[in-house]
Ligand binder design. Structure first.
Ligand code: MRU
Length: 367
């Protein structure tokens, strides 16, 4: 996507052929800063601290982290240590493990002298594949939005609600949930996006709003509890969210609060779609509620809030009583029965085992 007129991905290899740069998402929307990663530890910390975040981008960053590790030391021991270090950074998004498994399968059979070059090549391919997948998701998702347009009086606004950031910032480019949105906007459809602010880290208010604004897509930030009210009043035509892990049976894990949106959508007959690249499917598990590890993050994400003051300073302030305990679950699981469909690179699927296995037989059979 474009930032200030310049086409930019969220992560890329520098012309020196070994250092890796990424947009520092911790600083948005207040500052646009590029971070340069030069070691395995820097890549691991970038994922842990959410300098990079979003399931597909976590996968791409982990792949580049393996490449940085191989650049420093391509021994068997270093390969194993890089895999373990990166895998331990965040527990929920399965794209992390998928990318690390891809990297290990490429690198392990090679002699150490050939590993660094092969690692950068495979990491670059993973990044490129993510962009191509998201373009397909955009095409398939566009058909859903266009079908809503066809049912409405000519020119009437189509309202899409999204949660968290499953935008281009969460991927290498294009986004998953936002790919159909950008496609529809670029095709001239009259769309408007309700952006859930997504407490506690506010990925909707900080990131989704920032990127939609840069692309010129009309949008409105809403407090997280607003969606149900809007749906009751016919003000949401479709919900499209991303996901960090989908089970073989179609349960969907995504940012905390997604489940409540799915319940509200179900109660109001609003279609609830989940956009995902196939590396987000975990074919080894069935029961999302019981089998997906839910990340618990630091209490300060809830107790503190960062913003820019009227005088232009960036400040972090406490918004809760000093001694009140906090629970900060990062994700929740929406059961497959509440999901209208899965928007994948191979088309829109029913959220059920048979449809998922039929669309991705090679992955399903290998699991
Ligand atoms: O904690 P985050 O910001 O990494 O969570 C991101 C999400 O929950 C996204 O919706 C998900 O990763 C899909 S990204 C295309």
């Amino acid at each position: 996507m474009k930032v200030d007129g310049k086409h930019t991905r969220t992560i890329w290899l520098e012309p020196d052929g070994w250092t890796v740069s990424a947009i520092d998402q911790r600083r948005l929307p207040h500052e646009y800063v590029i971070a340069t990663l030069t070691s395995l530890d820097a890549a691991a910390e970038a994922i842990r601290s959410m300098l990079v975040r979003g399931a597909p981008l976590i996968g791409a960053a982990a792949a580049y982290g393996m490449a940085l590790a191989m650049h420093a030391d391509a021994s068997d021991a270093a390969l194993a240590q890089a895999y373990d270090t990166l895998l331990a950074t965040r527990p929920t998004a399965i794209n992390l493990k998928w990318a690390l498994d891809e990297m290990r399968a490429t690198l392990q059979p090679l002699p150490p002298a050939e590993r660094a070059k092969a690692a950068y090549a495979r990491a670059g391919a993973i990044a490129d594949e993510d962009v191509a997948i998201n373009q397909s998701i955009g095409r398939h998702g566009f058909a859903l939005i266009d079908a809503i347009r066809a049912r409405k009086p000519p020119g009437q606004r189509i309202n899409i609600l999204t949660h968290c950031n499953a935008g281009w910032l969460a991927t290498v480019d294009q986004g998953t949930a936002t790919a159909p949105i950008y496609h529809a906007f670029d095709a001239g459809l009259n769309i408007h996006v309700w952006v859930d602010e997504t407490r506690p880290r506010n990925q909707g208010a900080s990131l989704t709003a920032w990127e939609l604004g840069h692309h010129g897509v009309p949008h409105t930030i809403i407090p997280d509890n607003t969606g149900g009210h809007l749906m009751q009043h016919g003000m949401v035509d479709i919900v499209i969210v991303g996901t960090d892990r989908v089970t073989a049976s179609g349960d969907v894990c995504n940012k905390i609060g997604t489940y409540l949106k799915a319940l509200a959508a179900h109660d109001n007959n609003v279609p609830f779609y989940v956009a995902l690249p196939s590396p987000t499917i975990d074919f080894t598990i069935d029961d999302g509620v019981r089998q997906i590890p839910i990340e618990e993050r630091d209490a300060t994400e809830v107790t503190m809030m960062t913003g820019r003051t009227a005088s232009g300073r960036i400040e972090t302030v406490r918004i809760t009583p000093k001694d009140s305990p906090v629970a900060n679950y990062g994700f929740d699981v929406t059961p497959a029965r509440l999901v209208t469909g899965l928007i994948t690179e191979r088309g829109v699927l029913q959220a059920d085992r048979a449809a998922i296995a039929a669309a991705f037989p090679e992955r399903s059979a290998a699991a």
